[in-house]
Design a protein. Structure first.
Length: 421
């Protein structure tokens, strides 16, 4: 039996940009806890995913590896659209009943594009401009990503994108558009054909586009919702005064360890996070990194210990195949947020943290390899061949004169760098 919807979808009151596995394992699951809110979800370039979801009435299966009842059906996506459906996007952003826009985009997307180039920011500005002209109803933007201070960053990029234009629109952006800061966390690997078969075996339903994830999920939000919002807290989301310390905890401990395991793990022939954590050398480096980063987090020690224990369980969990090559993408956008803030604090204290040296050396070795996916690969790949100083010059000018750090990184880069398996 093919998965399908047997009732009318909820009215669209939220819009999402960046339809993919993570959104469907995270924000869409939380929104499903409030049946009064439906989502119109948009991809960037893919046409296959929205077409498959449309054929299933927006329904999809969530396979939670390790859960007692592993498969559930999620129906909060009322409509799924390809990125090329620009007129529908503008119509949805214009609708006064739409009160929330969530986004799952990459770190690299937070920049103003050249005129005429399609991007998340250009689409968002076009939609907001249409809303301003149509009704100027208040709306809230909810970035859901690993960018530090994501709400403030998105606000700044919007200001830059709107600068020099209609003064009334610029004023409305400040007064009528709320931007919320968030912390989001749920490991969501790419779905495989084996996952599709597992969903059918467990549920008896044929779903062309299921999502696989882990039991753990976290969503922290700080900000205002002048037009209302779904009751996400029913699914465990937490509204807090500030996400700053939680954001650093997640970026440094989880994402920083992910980058360490990805680059160092690929260099040791590992393919997934679980395989990397089974390697005593890599597991020891992760623990060393956690010790280092935790020194700079102003959170209770017991809370940090609990978070680290949860990370060990999550990283080693069977059935969630989080591939290191997936994590290794866009290192130039990730390392400045995940690793360098801790490294700066450590160097300020006169310490040279081993794990930070290892991750930077392993990243340089990765850049010398043949499978680099990074928006700055054109300048970073040649820089990597010259060594740590050239890479740091492109990444963080404040570290270029740190001879001790540079020597340590260059010494750590394996002699066969460029021959990564």
């Amino acid at each position: 039996m093919r998965l399908s919807r047997d009732a009318e979808p909820a009215p669209v009151r939220a819009v999402h940009l960046g339809l993919g596995g993570f959104h469907r394992a995270h924000q869409a699951v939380c929104t499903a806890a409030d049946p009064e809110w439906g989502i119109a979800a948009y991809t960037f370039r893919s046409t296959a995913l929205p077409a498959e979801l449309t054929a299933q009435g927006g329904m999809y299966s969530l396979l939670v590896r390790g859960a007692d009842d592993p498969v559930r059906t999620v129906g909060s996506i009322s409509r799924a659209h390809a990125g090329a459906e620009a007129e529908q996007w503008l119509a949805d952003l214009t609708a006064p009943e739409v009160a929330v826009v969530t986004l799952t985009v990459t770190e690299a997307a937070y920049r103003v594009p050249p005129p005429g180039r399609d991007s998340a920011i250009s689409r968002l500005v076009a939609g907001l401009r249409a809303r301003f002209r149509a009704s100027a109803a208040p709306i809230t933007l909810v970035p859901c990503d690993n960018v530090p201070d994501n709400g403030a960053v998105l606000r700044s990029v919007l200001r830059e994108a709107a600068a020099g234009g209609d003064a009334a629109f610029t004023a409305w952006l400040e007064a009528g558009v709320s931007v919320v800061s968030t912390v989001v966390d749920r490991i969501t690997p790419a779905t495989t054909p084996a996952d599709v078969r597992a969903v059918h075996e467990l549920s008896g339903v044929r779903d062309a586009v299921p999502v696989v994830t882990e039991p753990y999920a976290e969503w922290l939000l700080a900000g205002d919702f002048p037009g209302g919002r779904p009751r996400w807290e029913r699914a465990g989301a937490r509204l807090v005064d500030s996400v700053d310390d939680y954001q650093r905890r997640k970026l440094w401990l989880l994402n920083g360890a992910h980058s360490l395991l990805a680059y160092a793990g690929l260099g040791r022939g590992r393919g997934t996070v679980r395989e990397a954590m089974d390697d005593p050398v890599l597991a020891g480096l992760a623990e060393s990194w956690w010790d280092t980063a935790a020194r700079h987090l102003p959170l209770p020690a017991a809370e940090l210990d609990e978070y680290r224990a949860a990370l060990r369980r999550r990283f080693a969990a069977p059935g969630v195949e989080h591939r290191l090559r997936q994590i290794a993408v866009d290192g130039s956008q990730k390392i400045p947020a995940r690793v360098l803030p801790v490294l700066h604090r450590e160097r300020g204290a006169g310490r040279l943290p081993e794990a930070a040296v290892v991750v930077l050396a392993a990243w340089i070795a990765h850049l010398r390899g043949g499978d680099v996916r990074d928006p700055r690969s054109a300048d970073l790949v040649p820089a990597a061949r010259s060594g740590a100083r050239a890479v740091l010059a492109a990444l963080d000018a404040d570290l270029v004169s740190d001879d001790e750090l540079i020597a340590a990184i260059d010494t750590e880069v394996p002699s066969n760098a460029g021959d990564e398996p």
